[in-house]
Design a protein around this ligand. Sequence first.
Ligand SMILES: [Zn+2]
Ligand SMILES: [Zn+2]
Length: 240
Amino acid sequence: MATFLKAAELVFFPSFCRLCGDLLVFHRERVVCRECLSGLEVRAFSFCSCCGRFHFSSAGPFLCGACTETTPPFSLHRSCGPYRGGLKDIILLLKFHGCAPLAGDLAVYACKCVKGEKNLWENVDVIVPVPLNRKKKRQRGYNQSGLVARALARRMVLPFRDRALRKIHHGPPQMGLEAEARLRNVRNEYVLSDRLSVRGKTILLVDDVFTTGATVTECSRILIQGGAKEVRALTLAQAL
Ligand SMILES: [Zn+2]
Ligand SMILES: [Zn+2]
């Protein structure tokens, strides 16, 4: 029956991959084809063992200058891949073009990249997404990081708390700002809205893109201040 329905769909409502333009022929393909999804670039650089910032020149794990100077409020952060090519296109489709089914595909991609990292997953009690403010969420219809985090929690069989954090106002856009200005920008933008769900817990904070780390740093600070035992962070992509 499923094959018949798929055949009918192909004839009457064909859809095409938003990245390569090929016809989507497989049952579970939505928006982007299997080929494009399996070809997404995976992190292949060395990175800071604490903040996870990619580094091109050093070999093997290292601690970056910033983490040597100041310990961030999260214990570690990992990005799955560089913010470019297909990965960037898919994140943009999810974020700005209403392609919500891609959240599930991105969760599969994230699992493929970091599932084996024991120090990221060990003893995680709950997964929490970086929130959007209410106006943006209403405009977009969803919080893209929330959808990815939910799908990730399902795959990793972990509890998910969508509303542990809340974004209370919308500061000026982060684009083009230096690291320090970004951190100032996000100060006081997030509040803890569900203290009970984070107190004493090891939290995995999930966001889409890591640029200077200001958002992840601020959200981690709020969670720790609210009584979380430890915060680790995972982002899909890191701006280079
Ligand atoms: Zn494709
Ligand atoms: Zn670092």
